[in-house]
Ligand binder design. Structure first.
Ligand SMILES: [Ca+2]
Ligand SMILES: [Ca+2]
Ligand SMILES: [Ca+2]
Length: 405
């Protein structure tokens, strides 16, 4: 006997009501913002001009309901890095009171905020004849070690004393092999944006501009500074590098510039973060002033004291891998121009970063892009990337435009 049509409709209605109830109960809490597709546009960010200044302590403030959401795809092409897979980063921008505010939001299920942390373990030496025993303390850093970079240069063959390898034109010679600290600090998440400042070629005519395909991770090639990231278009790019464990706790993104020389940070009298690893003795350099009672993820310089091996740290104690400077940065420190604030939320089995960056339209520094000179309707070419648990595992976007009001 077949079921009557009205019974089938009734069952379908119940299923729909149940499904709707489940969606309502799961869909309204945090982090939930960027599924609002009717307010988004793909592959482009349109800057919103506001009289109200976005607060730098709340990435969820209502003001962010106003600008269009630029839905930017990262990881769709290995040439732009796809190690994190393909995902969407929701990017928005506001100009208010001579500052640019940039908001990025992306899913990341792990709240990684302990870059290169140092872990303590205790081994007790047991001796059957002695009741008392010695305790061996071991400290280990969770890092990828230094690697060797080959520094090369291109020279005219005629300038070489022995031209047996080269009869005419130019050849590449190895100048040096150097130890380069890996930038792959495990244990933190990243958001980076690379701005075309206008002197690194015209993208539409095939120039590099801010195209990461040619300037990032050039396998087998190194810049004069031994870096794998450097420009090849004759100029430079302005780069903001937000890192959850190193720059976010001091409310900054690292302000950098990349040139043909390599990947460099803007002027500073002191870096934002110093390593807390004494590689000679293989122990931390500093500890928190409250010693082993401290269990925070961040060690600030103004709360740090010199590490003391005599202090009895428990097994599996975690020491922060970096010391962060809140007052870093001294007069005119161009490295500290980009302010940052973030939240990370976990809800319905989805974790999500929401990061707001902010910088004056003009910093007066030649390595920084000057937004104040951009005419209404003009745009700037940028590339972004996000990384999870160390910057090796990242996905980058193709170049896209940020359109100014
Ligand atoms: Ca993560
Ligand atoms: Ca700067
Ligand atoms: Ca810069």
């Amino acid at each position: 006997m077949s079921m009557k049509k009205e019974h089938i409709f009734a069952i379908q209605a119940v299923i729909l009501i149940l499904a709707a109830a489940i969606m309502v109960s799961f869909g309204c809490s945090d982090p939930g913002r960027y599924d609002e597709t009717t307010t988004s546009i793909a592959g482009r960010v349109v800057v919103y001009e506001s009289v109200t200044v976005p607060p730098m302590d709340d990435p969820k403030d209502d003001i962010w309901d106003k600008p269009l959401i630029g839905a930017i795809t990262v990881g769709e092409d290995a040439d732009y890095s796809d190690l994190l897979g393909q995902k969407t980063v929701a990017v928005q921008a506001i100009i208010a009171e001579n500052r640019l505010y940039l908001r990025a939001e992306w899913n990341d299920n792990t709240h990684n905020i302990r870059p290169n942390y140092i872990i303590h373990s205790r081994d007790t030496l047991r001796d059957s004849l002695e009741v008392d025993t010695a305790v061996i303390a071991n400290w280990a850093r969770t890092t990828i070690p230094y690697f060797t970079a080959v520094v090369t240069d291109t020279v005219l063959c005629d300038s070489l004393p022995d031209t047996t390898d080269c009869t005419s034109g130019e050849m590449v010679i190895v100048i040096d092999t150097i130890e380069v600290a890996s930038s792959d600090s495990l244990g933190q998440d990243h958001f980076s944006i690379m701005w075309d400042v206008g002197d690194n070629g015209d993208y539409l005519s095939g120039g590099e501009a801010s195209d990461c395909r040619t300037m990032c991770h050039r396998v087998g090639n190194y810049s004069p500074l031994g870096h794998r990231m450097y420009t090849t278009g004759g100029g430079h790019v302005d780069v903001w590098n937000w890192q959850s464990g190193i720059t976010d706790p001091v409310l900054l993104a690292s302000d950098e510039y990349w040139s043909s020389q390599g990947r460099e940070v803007d002027f500073h009298t002191q870096l934002i973060a110093d390593t807390n690893w004494n590689s000679l003795d293989e122990v931390p350099v500093y500890s928190h002033q409250t010693d082993s009672a401290f269990d925070g993820s961040t060690l600030f310089a103004d709360e740090a004291v010199t590490f003391d091996e005599a202090i009895d740290y428990p097994d599996n104690y975690i020491m922060p891998g970096y010391v962060l400077h809140k007052e870093v940065l001294g007069p005119g420190a161009s490295i500290a121009d980009v302010e940052a604030f973030s939240t990370w939320n976990w809800s319905n089995y989805i974790g999500r970063w929401q990061v707001v960056l902010s910088r004056a339209l003009s910093t007066g520094e030649s390595d920084d892009i000057d937004f104040s000179t951009i005419a209404s309707g003009d745009s700037v070419l940028v590339t972004i990337s996000v990384a999870n648990d160390g910057n090796r595992f990242h996905s980058g976007s193709k170049p896209f435009y940020i359109v100014f009001p």
